[in-house]
Design a protein around this ligand. Sequence first.
Ligand SMILES: Cc1cc2nc3c(=O)[nH]c(=O)nc-3n(C[C@H](O)[C@H](O)[C@H](O)COP(=O)(O)OP(=O)(O)OC[C@H]3O[C@@H](n4cnc5c(N)ncnc54)[C@H](O)[C@@H]3O)c2cc1C
Length: 372
Amino acid sequence: MGDAVEPVVIVGAGPAGLACAWRLAQLGFSPLLLEKATFPRDKVCGDALSGKVVALVRKLGGEAALDRLFAHPEAQPASMLALVDKRGRQLRLAFPPHRGYPQGLLLRRYAFDAWLAAQLPPTVRLRTGTAVKALLRQGSLWHLQLEGQPPLQAHFVVGAEGVASRVARWVEAYHGLGRPVTFPAVRGYVETLSSSEALELHFVPPVLPGYFWAFPMGKRWNVGVGTSQRKARLPLRTLLQARWPAVQGLAGHGIPVALQKRPLTAPGCALIGDAAALADPFTGEGIGNALLSGIRLAEALAAFPPSKWATLDLAATYTHRLYKELSAELRMSRWLYRLATQGWAVEGLIGIAERHPGLVRWVLRSYGVKKV
Ligand SMILES: Cc1cc2nc3c(=O)[nH]c(=O)nc-3n(C[C@H](O)[C@H](O)[C@H](O)COP(=O)(O)OP(=O)(O)OC[C@H]3O[C@@H](n4cnc5c(N)ncnc54)[C@H](O)[C@@H]3O)c2cc1C
C-alpha cells in the first residue's frame, strides 16, 4: 500500500468529476482526479450542451470561460429545437440568447471534455491514464487498486465514472439497492451537405416512447436514437442505419435516468453525474446535472473539515439538497416522460401547441425555451 492518505479522490474525469474537482479547487482543496483515458477522448453522446451547461460553466469560470467556450473552433451555437411527430408536424422552439450568450451549443464530447479539463485550476491533480480497478473499504479508509500503478488510500471517494461506476455498486450494496433504470441510446455521425439551424427530435414509431435525433454541427451531424421502451429490445443500430444509411461511428450505451430519488452517498463516498443516475428521463440529457452534482458535492464537502471526511455521510448536505434543487425540473421531466409513454403524447402536444400556444409556453418555461 502507498503511504500517504489522500483526503479526497475523484474517480472519473467526465463533466461530473471535472466540475467537482474545479469547484473543490476554488474552495481551497487540492483534489486528486483519476481518469483511465487520456484527453482528448471520445464519449458516446448527442454532443448537445444545454442552457444549464452554459449557466454552470459561467458559475465555475465566469464570463471569461464562456467566451473561451464559444470561441472554440468546433462550437456551434444552438438556437432552435424542432419536435416532429409521426405525421411530420413540427413544434419549433427557440432558445433566445440569455445574458448575451447563446443558451446552448453543440460541441463533440471529444472536444468539450478536453476543453473542461484544460480549464482546471493548477491545484487539481489530474492523473490521466489511471484506471481504478478495485475499491475496498477497511475501517474508515478506502484502498484503491490502480491498473499497472501502485495502490492508493483515501479518506473520501467520489464516484464519477459514469454509467458503469464501481463506487455506485458499492453505494447500492450498502443500501441493498438494485441498479438504476437506464434507457438505451445509440449515436453516429453523418457527413451531409444540407444545413439546418434546428436540433431535430423525431418522435416516430417504432421507438416511441423515445426519439430519433439529428443535431447539425456544420457539415457533420450527430444523429442518434434513444428509447424508454422497456419490454421490446429494439435493434437501435439497425433502425438508425435504416434512417441514415451513410451513418459512421455507431456506438451506444444506457443512459441512467432520474426516475426515482436514490441514495447517492454512503459513509466516506458519494456519487455524481451518471454514476448517480441523474439524466433527464424525458430528454436523456445528463451533462447539465453531471456538472451541477459535481459542484454541489464539492460545496457539501467543503462544509466539513477534512478530518471528518473519512466517516462523513453527506446524505443531508448533498443528496437531499440536490434533489430539492432539481425537484421542479425532475417533476416536469418525469411528467413528460410518463406522457410520452402514451403513443399520442407528442402529437397531442403539437396539436395543443397549435390551438393554445400560451399553455405550451408555460409548460416549456422550465426548460428555458419559447415557442416560435
Ligand atoms: C447515445 C447518448 C447520447 C447522449 N446525448 C446527450 C446529449 O446530447 N446531451 C446531454 O446532456 N447528455 C447526453 N447523454 C448523456 C451524457 O452523455 C451523460 O449524462 C454524461 O456524459 C455524464 O457525465 P459523467 O461525468 O457523469 O460521466 P462520463 O461522461 O461517462 O465520464 C466518466 C469518466 O470516467 C472515466 N472512468 C470510467 N471508469 C473509470 C475507472 N475505473 N477509473 C478511472 N476512470 C474511469 C471515463 O473514462 C470517463 O472519462 C447521452 C448519452 C448517450 C449514451
